[in-house]
Design a binder for this molecule. Structure first.
Ligand code: 13P
Length: 335
């Protein structure tokens, strides 16, 4: 018998734990490897991810689930153990990114709509059989003085809702990720602009989820924080926390079991500090944790540098950051 969606979601939100987003597409992991002058190949991608998934202490104490790219879901560690088994042995749940990426939206210059709905029901069945119990789909919302358009927010929210319904039908918890970009173009918007756009986006996302009959008790929301554009960063930690919580309280029903933030290009320390400030300073109706990609991995990637002799150093760096994020998820992180 399949597990209940609510139980999977509750396990994803286990106290002091969060999600490791290791679902970079082949193109994106290639860009990350470029920063350490490493060629991306099936083997180098395996070695890198094996380093993370075998960082036992971090995985067992700080990570409730791992979002994988399709290649990794079916990949084996160097000794032949399927990665799904390595992740499960650490007490974490395997998940899968199922969208096919944000593609230019026709007739909406500068905006994208995320593709991947065609054939998704069949793919979800295969992923479930392979061990995935949650999935992720990311809609991307561009911000400028004039963007986003209502049409693009609506199209992305609609796709998120269609995806979420398909997941729930397949016994998979959908992570609903509407990312309001902080590092898009021009990337100099104010925090007020971020607040307005995030509020509008979340409102429309929850309308679409309701229209699609999605059970809110069986989703995890993965939002961006309310934060000024990367090129205009000046908001304090307290301001980011206050505005983010305000918008979430206005738009996210308390039936949603968990909110797991993306880091979106914030520095590792910013992402840690913001989460901790929200957990420490506010009474929140939902669980709240991290679902970081770059903010959990950047230090580990740099310490590893693609060299086998640095695996232990990479794991130490990952473990340190995971512990800091875990502290933040309980509101206990201090600079
Ligand atoms: P970042 O934390 O690097 O934004 O990645 C999280 C993610 O899954 C984006 O889709």
């Amino acid at each position: 018998m399949s597990e209940r969606l609510e139980d999977i979601a509750a396990a994803m939100m286990s106290a002091g734990k969060g999600l490791l987003a290791a679902d970079e597409s082949t193109a994106t992991i290639g860009k990350r490897f470029d920063t350490i002058a490493l060629t991306s190949s099936e083997t180098s991608r395996r070695d890198y991810r094996e380093m993370l998934f075998r960082a036992d202490e971090a995985m067992k104490t700080c990570i409730s689930g791992v979002i994988l790219f399709e290649e990794t879901l079916f990949q084996k560690a160097a000794d032949g153990t399927p990665f799904v088994d390595v992740i499960r042995a650490a007490g974490a749940i395997p998940g899968i990114k199922v969208d096919a990426g944000a593609k230019p939206m026709p007739l909406f210059p500068g905006e994208t709509v995320t593709e991947g709905l065609d054939g998704l029901a069949g793919r979800l069945k295969t992923y479930y059989e392979a061990g995935a119990r949650f999935a992720k789909w990311r809609g991307v919302i561009a911000v400028s003085d004039v963007l986003p358009s209502f049409g693009s927010v609506k199209a992305n929210a609609h796709a998120l809702a269609r995806y979420a319904a398909l997941c729930q039908q397949a016994g998979i918890v959908p992570i609903v990720e509407p990312e309001v970009l902080m590092d898009g173009k021009p990337g100099d918007h104010s925090i007020q602009r971020s607040e307005d756009v995030t509020e509008m986006t979340l409102r429309i996302v929850f309308e679409e989820l309701a229209d699609a009959n999605v059970s809110l008790e069986g989703i995890i929301l993965k939002p961006s924080m309310v934060i000024d554009g990367k090129k205009a960063r000046k908001a304090s930690v307290a301001e980011v926390a206050e505005r983010t919580v305000r918008v979430l309280k206005r738009t996210v029903p308390s039936a949603v079991p968990g909110i797991a933030f993306l880091s979106g290009g914030q520095s590792t320390e910013e992402a840690t500090a913001h989460l901790s400030a929200m957990k420490a300073g506010y009474d929140l109706p939902w669980g709240m944790t991290y679902s970081y990609g770059r903010a959990l991995q950047t230090e580990a990637l740099n310490a590893w540098g693609g060299k086998p002799e640095n695996v232990a150093a990479g794991q130490r760096a990952f473990t340190h950051r995971a512990k800091m994020c875990s502290l933040a998820a309980t509101g206990g992180w201090k600079k």
